[in-house]
Unconditional design. Structure first.
Lengths: 419, 309
């Protein structure tokens, strides 16, 4: 068995080796990534599109398992065997690589001007001076709803909070559907789909987030406690036993048509499209009164950087400029509905649900999750604590004020904002 | 000690040669990592380089409320986890073994196998299966309770702070009950028939026979099982991790030392791993287990009476 495998491997390398000889002048770029799911999209769509335009550069997409990615990448970078292009996790993990000198500075890369400051914030030094990864995609939060259920009950898509709760009351009174599919068992649903979803409307998106980082606002301020107060009101609308309902449970509840509203991240679109047998729609987090500016969480999730030790830096930069182009954005966003290009150029997407999500960028202001940049570097970790406290608030074990106070106390213990 | 007058004995190389493989393997995979962990716990990462801080990490662990609150919570939970095992797993294990060793029981081989099977299942399977069984949405638990008219007793146990840890302890008991059962069963079988017959001649039968004759004879086995349970429980991690995730929710109510160590050492989500603090926690776990084992070895085991047949 082993011998066979070895022979196959040797044979494989010899073929690859001779293939390399045949195109001796070709440059081959390797991409490190944790997105094994995207292998076919890269192989069949993205790479051929790039290679057609740039003869002489070959690109190989070489993903590793998500849970092993960071460790494997670290080891490869240390050993000097890492690929030329590195898929970047947002925030501190990539920042650390940049500080160690593993990622090259891309601030002056042609194409970077296509991205807004919010889009670039995930891959910048704290002062915002150097960027080191090209933003590839973000995920948007909102609510996906069962259109058939809304039609049947005669509910129109809520725009304000009052309408939202009126709709929930109506669904609950009817009894056919669970008003909202969310559980607190896995904790992060409560924080990510709950707090970070509805929060930006209260803390005014980037303004509040920046003020929090500067220390001008506290998590105990009204704007930061209010989302918890709303979350606490969600409790009666969740399904029976939501305390033990896991994330896949919530997904299934919704796609089986048993729940009417799903607090969502746009990454669900792909899965929901294949599983749900009913029409779906989406709406952004409701605002206080009609006409208020709306804010959405448009969270930067994935980017691509250049290995500082790459032998083919020029070819790699050509590739990265292409990643920053509208061409790439169109192919990527359509192949992976729900992962939205961060490119400022509007991207035409086929999927109606994805279109709905991305249309909010036009009317609402984008922000990223409040806990991700800078604020989750210390102990206790603000993001983890936010998970726990958001679940506590919904479960009713902590009041909104108590939860906010715990978070702020934890943050104060290590974070001293620069004045 | 080597007196020059004594005829020199040749060094017995074969002893070293025969010991070498075991010593080398044990050193490489047990002693070195352990020493490495202890060493790691004395250092701290300052500006990308390891700096010796003595017992500084331990001071942080016990003195800084950000760490100590979590630590004591984890330790408390771990003790409760252990207590449930000692109160449920071991007595029930003894009971099952006693029932199994009864000559009147039919299908005992079947029961023995059935009860032992969960022990060989992977934690991932057990954690996942029980999560499904207890699920308020698709689980069989609410339906079964409904069937006997006790639906009102059902709550989402794994999601409630006050029940989650006990529920998981019982799942762990369910999984591992086969081990005390098998060990006690073997001990019961090794009791010679003459002893039993002599007891019967003296008129000691039934329950009295178990309490007065069999139990004293299997006490050393119960002692071993207790210490195995202790070591296993304070090293536990997998079940909590698969069932509740690394944050051991809700509200850290199922956080035990293993999950606390995992988060500290490897990090979680945005929390960056801190190998030094992780090693500090691992060292404390090692000391707790070492302490427990020593108490058992020096205080309890030496006082257990052994019977030779």
């Amino acid at each position: 068995m082993t011998t066979k495998l070895l022979t196959a491997l040797l044979l494989g390398t010899s073929i690859l080796g001779s293939a390399g000889l045949a195109h001796a002048e070709d440059v081959t770029l390797n991409i490190e990534s944790w997105r094994g799911d995207d292998l076919s999209i890269w192989k069949d769509k993205l790479i051929p599109a790039f290679e057609a335009k740039n003869p002489g550069i070959k690109v190989v997409f070489a993903p590793s398992a998500p849970t092993e990615y960071d460790a494997a990448l670290g080891a490869k970078l240390a050993a000097g065997s890492a690929g030329d292009l590195i898929t970047c996790r947002p925030f501190d993990k990539s920042l650390e690589l940049f500080k160690k000198g593993n990622l090259a500075d891309l601030s002056s890369l042609p194409g970077m001007e296509n991205f807004s400051p919010v889009a670039k914030s995930a891959w910048q030094t704290d002062d915002g001076k150097s960027s080191f990864c090209v933003p590839m995609a973000s995920v948007i939060h909102g609510f996906i709803y069962n259109k058939d259920a809304f039609d049947k009950l005669g509910i129109k898509v809520p725009e304000t909070r009052d309408e939202f709760f009126a709709a929930l009351d109506k669904i609950k009174a009817d009894g056919t559907y669970i008003p909202m599919a969310m559980g607190t068992k896995d904790l992060w649903e409560a924080a990510t789909m709950g707090y970070q979803n509805i929060g930006p409307n209260y803390w005014k998106g980037e303004d509040g987030r920046a003020a929090l980082i500067k220390g001008e606002q506290k998590l105990t301020d009204k704007d930061w406690v209010a989302p918890y107060e709303e979350l606490a009101k969600w409790k009666p609308y969740l399904g029976d036993g939501f305390e033990a309902q896991t994330y896949p449970d919530s997904q299934n509840l919704f796609t089986l048509g048993r729940a009417a509203i799903y607090p969502a991240g746009s990454w669900e679109i792909g899965l929901f499209n294949t599983q749900a047998q009913f029409k779906m729609g989406a709406f952004p987090p409701p605002v206080e009164k009609a006409g208020d500016t709306c804010y959405i969480s448009d969270h930067t999730d994935i980017g691509m950087g250049l290995n500082a030790a790459s032998k083919h830096a020029d070819a790699a930069k050509t590739f990265l400029s292409w990643v920053a182009s509208a061409d790439f954005a169109t192919i990527y966003a359509n192949a992976l509905p729900g992962f939205f290009s961060l490119n400022s150029a509007p991207v035409k997407m086929e999927d109606p649900l994805a279109q709905e999500f991305v249309s909010w960028r036009g009317k609402c202001k984008s922000t990223i999750r409040s806990t991700y940049q800078i604020l989750s570097r210390g102990t206790p970790n603000l993001e983890n604590e936010t998970w726990v406290e958001s679940a506590n608030v919904i479960n009713g074990t902590d009041t909104p004020e108590a939860a906010a106070k715990k978070l702020q106390t934890g943050l104060d213990s290590w974070y001293k904002p620069a004045k | 000690m080597a007196a020059p007058t004594r005829p020199k004995r040749p060094f017995r190389w074969h002893i070293a040669v025969f010991l070498a493989p075991a010593v080398l393997v044990y050193t490489a995979i047990m002693i070195l990592p352990l020493a490495g962990t202890l060493q790691l716990s004395l250092f701290r990462n300052v500006d990308q380089s390891q700096v010796f801080v003595g017992l500084g990490n331990f001071r942080t662990l016990f003195g800084d409320p950000n760490w100590s609150v979590n630590f004591w919570n984890a330790l408390r939970n771990n003790v409760w986890f252990f207590i449930i095992h000692m109160l449920v797993q071991n007595p029930v294990g003894v009971l099952l073994a006693a029932l199994l060793s009864s000559p009147k029981l039919r299908f005992s081989a079947f029961y023995r196998t059935a009860i032992f099977v969960p022990t060989i299942l992977s934690f991932v399977i057990v954690g996942f299966a029980w999560k499904l069984i207890l699920s308020p949405l698709w689980g069989v638990a609410p339906h079964l309770l409904d069937f006997v008219g006790l639906k009102s007793l059902f709550t989402p146990w794994l999601g409630k702070e006050q029940y989650a840890l006990t529920a998981l302890s019982l799942v762990s008991v369910w999984q591992f009950i086969g081990i005390p059962m098998m060990l006690i069963y073997a001990a019961l079988l090794s009791i010679p028939d003459e002893v039993i017959e002599a007891a019967e001649c003296d008129g000691i039968t039934g329950m009295a026979q178990f309490w007065k004759i069999k139990l004293p004879l299997i006490l050393p086995s119960i002692g071993i099982i207790s210490i195995l349970t202790f070591v296993g429980n304070f090293n536990a991690f997998d079940l909590i991790y698969t069932a509740q995730g690394a944050l051991a929710g809700p509200n850290y109510s199922t956080d035990i030392l293993g999950t606390f160590l995992y988060r500290a050492f490897f990090g979680f989500q945005l929390q960056v791993g801190d190998p030094n603090m992780g090693a500090t926690i691992a060292t404390i776990m090692f000391l707790i287990i070492l302490g427990g084992v020593c108490v058992y070895l020096f205080l309890i085991q030496t006082r257990l009476r052994r019977y030779q047949f």
